[in-house]
Design a protein around this ligand. Sequence first.
Ligand SMILES: *C/C=C(C)/C=C/C=C(C)/C=C/C1=C(C)CCCC1(C)C
Length: 256
Amino acid sequence: MKKYLIACFSIAGLFAGQTALAASGDTTMLQSGDFVGYSFWLISMALAASTVFFLMESLRIGGKWATSLTVSALVTFIAAFHYFYMREVWVSTGNTPTDFRYIDWLLTVPLLMIEFYLILSAITKVSGSVFWKLLIGTLVMLVPGYMGEAGYLNATVGFVIGMIGWAYILFEIFAGEASRVAANEATPAVQKSYNLMKWTVTIGWAIYPIGYFLGYLAGGTDMGTLNIVYNLADVLNKIAFGLFIWYAANEDTSGS
Ligand SMILES: *C/C=C(C)/C=C/C=C(C)/C=C/C1=C(C)CCCC1(C)C
């Protein structure tokens, strides 16, 4: 009972936050025909709904899977808030809310990386270095990327260092310790979700550096289109990613 109360409070907080945000701004209306604005709205709602889902499932499934599912909920919760705010920025100024995307990424990408460690830890013993290596890769990828986009560092240099960080993450999950644990010790369900997560980090994540490349190195791109592409990418990289974990949790605990 207490668990459900906590879940209810978290969810109420999400909506109270959204209301406060809307009340504090100029409350510019979403104009009809603003497809970029629609996509911000849709993804905000999808992220908020996913948060409720992952929290409830974390309580229902529980046990060793509770942490992974809670982290999935944290990712969508944090992103939902950023999306509420990014929608406001887009609707009221027509500007691309790049800074907020990076703040979101700085919080959510490390959490997504931790998931690789957590799903393996749910079934076997994993060394903490798996966790640290992925975390360091994340920082090497994001910090120079931000500095390049925001003008604190040459855009090409920021891009190249960021790509090295991403390559390192890919190396770890395809050929490093985590991949060995997944291949040798994981249950079939965990192996399946590990693979889906691994390919999400490869294909789904590629969208962001491609956007950076088009926007900053290849002479500019249409920011409206780029925002829609980023928004859709986040459905895969945040919501579907969480569902892959949920799949493993469900399969692994359904009495097989
Ligand atoms: C939920 C948000 C996610 C999964 C964001 C992921 C962001 C990236 C994979 C960004 C990657 C970048 C590079 C690989 C090179 C430098 C520029 C970045 C930061 C856009």
